[in-house]
Design a protein around this ligand. Structure first.
Ligand code: ATP
Ligand code: MG
Length: 429
């Protein structure tokens, strides 16, 4: 992408409404624009990051055998009356009427609708287990939307639902997804701690929240010190091992009953990026969902449900990876992997070197933002640092005379003079 053709509305000033660094950087880097409290437009740079997060989540789920669907955001209210949640969700659920005075709601979560799909088609245990998911917008009329996309009212969620013939199989899937979630967050450059949690309005008997540690996180968590060794990479641990270590959300933590001695217990703030629930029969009992079992008689279906905050993750990644100059994207989610800076647009040698680099990277499908504008160098460097491309290549008149360009690694700040060929080789691997 040539910057001269792109739409990148950077802000020079720190927006006063932003209380946390990820919100501030997302506004300054022209990633999002607020349209109403907790409701955002995703501008081109932000959308690229959001799409990358969504793609990685979908890839890992597909590999784990989950099957993607897409349900409507607008739903009739009947299903919710059937499950008994129509009244339970209260003002958080946005309700309205269409022109025929039929009641509709904007989906805050989709247990009822996925069950409606399930019961229309699945009649036998032979079709189970089945794990369906979607990635779609949700609306919850949060009392206090804040911190940008971290707590929005409209937000993008991955919501998954699995169906099983017995509780043991639902548990097997639950623990499998526990491992898949760690893998997903690792690919996004995050290390998460799964804490035992309250199952709240979704319900069920067992639940874990996946928390990314950050001072600005809204959750208070308590955990075994061994998690810190896993987070720092000092120790590797399987999901099974980690589940045997103490980790609890605030509402479940009881000081007297905690197995970790007080002087070793870790206490931290976390951003909840995912939440899984073993539902059992909570919804299938309310909605009478059976399949024929192996012996021919009807058996009640058991369920589990799995959420990931896709739009919240973009904020969480920035919260975990930035410096005073801006965002430091992990490679996997970077909206652009390479930022290419032409210090003297119009100089034939600079232009030629840039065109060669740009065309080569584009041909290899490496997302590159080419700054071909005539802004002054200081501004170009500051903008590139702000938007956080993992690699920056700078082409200037002095360098091209000696056939070198400058290559900078955003994360370490390390700079190197390299020939065009070596710079390209370094990126293309
Ligand atoms: P929270 O405790 O943060 O309000 P929740 O427990 O109500 O979240 P879930 O129903 O578990 O949320 O939703 C699944 C995931 O969706 C959460 O783990 C979180 O990452 C994300 N999420 C929930 N609410 C919001 C929101 N208002 N804005 C952005 N993401 C959200
Ligand atoms: Mg939750």
């Amino acid at each position: 992408m040539r910057l001269s053709q792109f739409f990148l509305p950077l802000l020079k000033e720190n927006p006063s409404e932003a209380q946390i660094v990820s919100h501030r950087l997302m506004l300054r880097a022209g990633m999002i624009k607020q349209q109403a409290a907790g409701i955002y437009s995703w501008l081109p740079l932000g959308l690229r990051a959001l799409d990358n997060v969504e793609r990685i989540v979908a890839e890992e789920l597909d590999e784990a055998g989950c099957v993607r669907v897409l349900m409507p955001t607008l739903q009739p209210t009947e299903l919710w009356k059937e499950s008994g949640r129509y009244d339970a969700l209260g003002k958080e659920m946005l309700r309205f009427k269409d022109r025929a005075e039929r009641e509709l709601l904007y989906s805050p979560t989709n247990e009822e609708m996925i069950i409606d799909i399930f019961r229309s088609y699945v009649k036998s245990y032979k079709s189970l287990p089945l794990n369906l998911y979607q990635i779609n917008w949700k609306f919850r009329d949060e009392v206090r939307p804040r911190f940008g996309v971290m707590r929005g009212r409209e937000f993008l969620m991955k919501d998954g639902y699995s169906f099983h013939v017995d509780l043991d199989d639902a548990k097997r899937e639950y623990f499998k997804m526990y491992d898949v979630y760690h893998k997903i967050f690792n690919r996004l450059g995050l290390t998460s701690i799964a804490v035992s949690a309250d199952s709240g309005a979704i319900g069920g008997s067992l639940s874990h929240e996946f928390q990314v540690l950050a001072e600005t996180g809204e959750s208070q968590i308590y955990y075994d010190p061994r998690f810190d060794d896993v987070r720092s990479g000092k120790k590797k641990a399987s999901g099974e091992e980690m589940r045997s270590w103490y980790a609890a959300a605030d509402e479940l933590h009881v000081t007297d009953k905690c197995p970790v001695p007080k002087d070793q217990l870790r206490e931290a703030r976390g951003i909840e990026v995912g939440h899984i629930f073993l539902l059992g029969r909570k919804y299938t009992d309310a909605m009478n969902i059976d399949v024929t079992g192996p012996a021919g008689a009807l058996v009640r279906v058991e369920m589990a449900t799995f959420g990931i905050g896709v739009s919240r993750l973009v904020g969480a990644i920035i919260e975990a990876s930035h410096d005073d100059n801006g965002i430091i994207w992990p490679d996997a989610v970077a909206p652009f992997k390479v930022g290419l800076i032409n210090l003297r647009v119009g100089d034939r040698k600079c232009d030629d070197a840039c065109t060669l680099i740009y065309d080569t990277l584009c041909a290899k499908q490496v997302d590159t933002l080419y700054d071909d504008t005539d802004e002054r160098p200081g501004g170009k460097f500051a903008s590139m640092d702000l938007i956080g491309a993992p690699w920056q290549i700078t082409v200037g008149p002095k360098g091209v005379e000696r056939d070198v360009v400058e290559m900078k690694h955003r994360k370490t700040g390390e700079k190197q003079e390299l020939s065009v060929e070596s710079a390209l080789a370094k990126i293309l691997g």
